[in-house]
Write a protein that binds this ligand. Structure first.
Ligand code: TRP
Length: 332
């Protein structure tokens, strides 16, 4: 990755983030902020593609802003903003819709999954989700998009749309690249270690949320699925549950896998689960404390988001204006 290029990512203000989201996304956003021009959005326009409770959506938007900052995102270095505060997203999305085929949207994996999950509400927005995401990315002349594996197909489409537009007119958009952020480890569901830990899992006891207090964290780890062997070693094939706990322990304590295993040589699963729970809870506590402090200072958060939206709009409108010119929209 070349330094000083634009980098874009976003998180939806739905559900609480899990420790998997933290390791896979937000923690890396922090690491990237020194080397790139980072734009980090709160994707509330994507969030409404499935029904949201309005009061909750509003609350979660502010909570996510506070969380980003509590995790170490510096709003002076990065552009931190709420997607709906920058109208250019909806505007570019409309134009890009005319460069996107219905067939390719129908084939998107996430659209098919979500259509199954929300069969009573397969709305146009759900189908248009990838185009809005392309608009997000392309507005900022983004070179790099750090996302999890589940979003790769969406970044691919953004590349296709960018190339299609550039070929039809002349170079207008930077063609973005997906960057895989190493989570340090793949974090799996505590109750079903064959599945990735998800913020929308059916059973919330399998996921550790960044908002979980210490008692909750420890209770969830106590119930985590292991095996009947009573040996603590990293062997994801044969011991998925124990290996997942070891991974979590190693990333939360910054220890290597060998050190993590050594910490539990000869110990029982009870002590092991408790130690993993404590390591996680101890890391979450200062983030939660800082998030609460920020949420109590609404004026500060509002100021950050206002300035973020202004800076985002400045870059976004430059791209939008180029697009409007190329497609023949009369501008005066
Ligand atoms: N769809 C992404 C997710 O759910 C969030 C998102 C919206 C995004 N716009 C984006 C991610 C642009 C990267 C770039 O994780």
């Amino acid at each position: 990755m070349e330094e000083n290029k634009n980098l874009y990512s976003a998180v939806q203000p739905t559900n609480s983030l899990t420790i998997g989201n933290y390791l896979g996304a937000v923690k890396n956003f922090v690491a990237l902020q020194n080397d790139y021009n980072c734009f980090y959005a709160i994707a509330n326009m994507h969030a409404i593609t499935v029904r949201q409770n309005p009061a909750e959506l509003r609350r979660r938007t502010l909570e996510l802003a506070a969380l980003y900052i509590a995790c170490g995102i510096d709003p002076e270095k990065c552009v931190l903003y709420v997607q709906s505060h920058v109208p250019a997203h909806a505007e570019l999305c409309w134009v890009l819709n005319t460069f996107t085929y219905v067939g390719e949207m129908e084939r998107m994996t996430q659209f098919k999954d979500k259509s199954r999950k929300h069969a009573d509400n397969i709305n146009m927005g759900l189908m248009d989700y990838p185009v809005l995401m392309a608009a997000d990315i392309l507005l900022y002349q983004t070179a790099y998009v750090p996302v999890g594996k589940d979003q790769t197909q969406h970044v691919e489409i953004a590349r296709d749309i960018a190339q299609r537009f550039n070929n039809a007119y002349s170079p207008t958009f930077t063609v973005p690249e997906c960057v895989y952020v190493k989570a340090g480890a793949k974090i799996c569901d505590l109750l079903d270690p064959s599945k990735k830990m998800s913020k929308s899992a059916e059973n919330a006891n399998g996921s550790i949320f960044l908002s979980d207090d210490k008692d909750t964290v420890i209770r969830k780890f106590k119930r985590a699925v292991t095996d009947s062997e009573a040996v603590i070693k990293f062997d994801p094939e044969n011991k998925p549950g124990v290996s997942n706990l070891l991974s979590i322990y190693s990333v939360f304590t910054d220890k290597s896998m060998a050190e993590a295993e050594a910490d539990f040589a000869g110990k029982g699963y009870g002590d092991f689960k408790l130690a993993v729970g404590e390591a996680v809870a101890d890391k979450l506590a200062p983030i939660q404390c800082e998030q609460a402090r920020l949420l109590a200072d609404k004026a500060y958060l509002d100021g950050v988001l206002k300035s973020g939206a202004e800076r985002a709009a400045f870059t976004a409108n430059k791209t939008l204006s180029k697009v409007y010119k190329k497609i023949g929209f009369y501008q005066n």
